[in-house]
Design a protein around this ligand. Structure first.
Ligand code: 8YV
Length: 329
């Protein structure tokens, strides 16, 4: 009998077709998010699940899922999953790194430029019919070229942004849990700084760390007060890394120049005070949303799931220790 797989949210038809070659697939093309109760019921007879980053899958949700062998997340971030609880039950966990790196880096550079050059604000003014004249001091912004970019979290995406930023002649600083070897720093043209020094020295502060409890509110009122009054904050990592209320207060008081955000606390129900701020560029969690990249993410998750359920090691296995449990090694 074919294994049974649950696909939690709408995916491309081609993704369902790949999965259907191997599995009985229960899909959700209507895209209504499952509640925890729905998930618990639907997972009870499943061998695998393709989860989106908005599906919370923890020990409680899989308590009755005795057949479940793999949770394949459609996304690189996986803070929606309780990996420890899943590992304790011998369930493999996978994600989709790599395929979204360049698209997220593209979007992130777009946010930098939009915030520095006031693109959203200028477009809103134009569309509102308020563009009356061309004059020298109209909509003055900050230059991107020559500015100092401080990247917090210098992994794949941070390094892809660094490649783009060096094309803009930006000076690069980075902060990371692990400092890179000197040869790698030289390759990226990036100098290491502790977080506080990076905040003090950067014209653009960019957050690209994966979410975990340790980085919750990594940027709050105290950190914002270290930034230059002319600086821009960019967050494409996860809501909760920034204290949104503190950021709103800093933007309102012009303690920093601007922010560009793709992620928010409690999204999609973001703090409505953001909407009134001209110095905030806001996009709705779409940094990876180019069509080829979203297809590649879904495809990668499907392939991780297929590998896990056909006896191979999934290419993007996050908890390889469960393999040892399975073989009894
Ligand atoms: C979203 C992301 O998951 O990969 C991640 O960690 O945050 C995004 O790419 C995307 O919304 C997938 O549906």
């Amino acid at each position: 009998m074919k294994p049974r797989v649950l696909v939690c949210r709408e995916v491309f038809d081609e993704t369902l077709a790949i999965l259907a070659e191997h599995f009985h697939v229960e899909s959700n093309q209507g895209d209504q998010p499952f509640t925890a109760t729905d998930l618990r019921q639907r997972l009870a007879d499943k061998d695998g699940v393709l989860a989106s980053t908005t599906d919370r899958i923890d020990g409680d949700v899989v308590a009755g899922a005795t057949r479940l062998k793999v949770v394949a997340n459609v996304g690189v971030g996986y803070n929606n999953l309780d990996v420890a609880a899943l590992s304790a039950r011998g369930i493999m966990v996978t994600n989709t790194p790599g395929v979204l790196t360049e698209s997220v880096a593209d979007h992130t550079m777009g946010l930098v430029i939009a915030a520095c050059r006031r693109m959203g604000e200028a477009e809103r003014l134009l569309r509102a019919g308020q563009w009356q004249r061309v004059y020298l001091k109209f909509m003055l912004g900050a230059d991107v070229h020559g500015a100092t970019l401080g990247i917090v979290g210098f992994g794949r995406i941070g390094q892809a942004v660094a490649r783009r930023a060096s094309g803009f002649g930006m000076k690069l600083l980075y902060s990371n849990r692990r400092r890179l070897p000197p040869a790698e720093e030289a390759l990226h043209g990036a100098a290491y700084r502790g977080l506080h020094d990076l905040l003090r020295e950067s014209d653009v502060v960019m957050l690209l760390v994966p979410y975990s409890a340790e980085v919750h509110y990594m940027i709050g009122a105290a950190e914002l007060s270290l930034m230059k009054p002319t600086a821009v904050l960019v967050n494409v990592a996860r809501g909760g890394i920034v204290d949104d209320a503190a950021l709103i207060a800093a933007l309102k008081a012009r303690r920093i120049r601007a922010a560009a955000l793709d992620v928010f606390e409690n999204e999609p129900a973001l703090n409505p005070d953001f909407l009134a701020l001209d110095n905030a560029v806001l996009t709705p969690h779409i940094a990876s949303a180019s069509e080829p990249t979203r297809r590649a993410m879904a495809d990668t998750a499907a392939r991780n799931c297929i590998a896990a359920l056909t006896g191979s090691t999934p290419p993007h296995l996050l908890n390889p220790e469960v393999l040892a449990q399975r073989t009894g090694a």
